[in-house]
Ligand binder design. Structure first.
Ligand code: PLP
Length: 457
């Protein structure tokens, strides 16, 4: 058979349409347009099968934090495949890369207050990790003799993955509408989206306190003895990069502490330098019990995910738990763990988290904030190397486009046509570029965004 690289773009698109069911894709639409075929990459760029160069401001799907073309990661995978490509970690076996990675992650995860992270559970994705969270949280309360504490509270418009539990923890109504979700004992509160929901005269901090208060109201409505955990992303990513006001997280911490509820920080997007820290809870100063990670732990070069298990939960699961009847074939996959170790080494050597929280992050934030003067931008905000802006019809009245999805798609189309990959979430345009950006690349990115906004007007 002819290798795919020797097929024409049209032939690949025809085969794609005939055989490949894509995630989150309308296949009728895809069949008429044909998928864009991405074939190679280097640094912050990818190229399509027609040779078009694109600035990948989304790092793939929030993954490629060290940028493309890192030979060290390929070398780590090659060496590990030649040594031990696979062995499971079930039934009292282990492997060296998984042990080294768990040890490394425990060393990187900062201790906050009485919370430290000495243990890691591995999976292959963010979704699986959140399923594991549900299992661990329920097991924890069972072992403590409180089996009625079952309800996990998430937030509307949150994204926690696409498995039955992940999609249920998330608050995406379109996902809930398919598949009879959420599964039992999962409920949601609103998100802290100040631009949309702030009241006239209400400051961002007042809004942050009010919206965090929805958690307390929900706990009281359900009865605290029924509530197992609260799960949230530090910044809502797939929901459109919704950055909470400074008052939000401290108030959430106060509430979970008051009712003894576990706190799950889903850092699948925000960890590994994206917000300038190895883990994002450090940036906001809260104390999670469980931390979900995936994506940038390997910079997306190979699938790996997991949960940092805080001392409060680990102690109970390990000391009282006996066998935990949960796990995946690929939990602690040696090749994925070897790639993660090499990826973390690059991040350490190049001081990527420090870069993002230092001068480079300041420069990115300053240049991004300049977009606030654009007539189409309601507000443009960033935190570390993740950013979002809302497209508005009238900047002064905050009037929105009636077809909010359409305006986002139009803007995204202009981005693609002009060599930029930016994601549209309704009327929000979002980016999460590699953490390696130079000043010149930041300038180029901002020039491209402004150009695409001009074309969208
Ligand atoms: N949690 C968050 C915050 C995410 O952003 C994502 C994916 O974007 C997931 C979980 C699911 O991760 P995965 O797609 O690896 O299953």
């Amino acid at each position: 058979m002819t290798p795919p690289s020797q097929l024409s773009t049209q032939e690949i698109q025809a085969l794609d349409s005939a055989h490949f069911i894509h995630p989150f894709t309308d296949h009728g639409d895809l069949a008429t347009r044909g998928a864009r075929v991405i074939t190679r990459s280097e640094g912050v760029y990818v190229w399509d099968s027609e040779g078009v160069k694109l600035f990948d401001a989304m790092s793939g799907l929030w993954c490629v934090n060290v940028g493309y073309g890192r030979k060290e990661l390929a070398e780590a995978a090659y060496q590990q495949m030649m040594t031990l490509p696979f062995y499971n970690s079930f039934f009292q076996t282990t492997n060296v890369p998984a042990v080294k990675l768990a040890t490394k992650l425990a060393a990187l995860a900062p201790k906050v207050g009485d919370r430290s992270f000495q243990h890691v559970f591995f999976s292959s994705s963010g979704s699986e990790s959140n399923d594991s969270n549900v299992r661990m949280v329920r097991r924890y309360w069972d072992l403590l003799g409180q089996p009625d504490r079952k309800v996990i509270i998430g937030r509307l418009n949150a994204y926690h993955g696409s498995t039955m539990a992940g999609a249920s923890l998330g608050g995406m109504s379109a996902m809930h509408a398919q598949g009879d979700l959420p599964i039992p004992n999962i409920t949601h509160i609103g998100q802290p989206y100040y631009f949309d929901d702030g009241l006239a005269g209400e400051s961002a901090d007042e809004f942050g306190l009010r919206t965090a208060g929805w958690l307390e109201e929900k706990i009281l409505e359900l009865g605290a003895d029924k509530v197992a955990a609260f799960i949230a992303e530090p910044i809502q990513g797939a929901g459109g990069v919704i950055i909470p006001p400074a008052s939000y997280w401290p108030e959430i911490q106060r509430i979970v502490d008051k009712y003894g509820i576990l706190l799950i920080s889903d850092e699948v997007i925000c960890a590994f330098g994206r917000l300038g820290h190895w883990f994002a809870y450090e940036k906001f100063g809260y104390k999670p019990d469980l931390v979900t990670f995936a994506k940038a732990v390997t910079s997306g070069y190979i699938p790996l995910g997991g949960v940092m298990v805080g001392n409060r939960v680990a102690k109970v699961l390990i000391e009282k738990g006996g066998e935990f009847n949960h796990g995946y074939t690929y939990s602690g996959h040696p090749v994925a763990c070897a790639v993660a170790l090499a990826n973390i080494e690059i991040m350490e050597t190049e001081q990527l988290p420090q870069r993002v929280r230092g001068e480079m992050g300041d420069y990115f934030g300053k240049r991004y904030a300049e977009l606030n003067d654009h007539p189409l931008v309601g507000v443009a905000e960033s935190c570390g190397f993740v950013a979002g802006l809302v497209l508005v019809k009238n900047k002064h009245t905050k009037e929105r486009f009636v077809e909010d999805d359409a305006v986002g798609m139009i803007c995204r189309g202009h981005c693609f046509s002009n060599g930029l990959i930016m994601r549209a979430v309704g009327d929000r345009m979002i980016i999460a570029p590699p953490l390696t950006l130079t000043h010149a690349e930041i300038d180029e990115l901002m020039r491209l965004i402004r150009l695409c906004l001009d074309l969208t007007q």
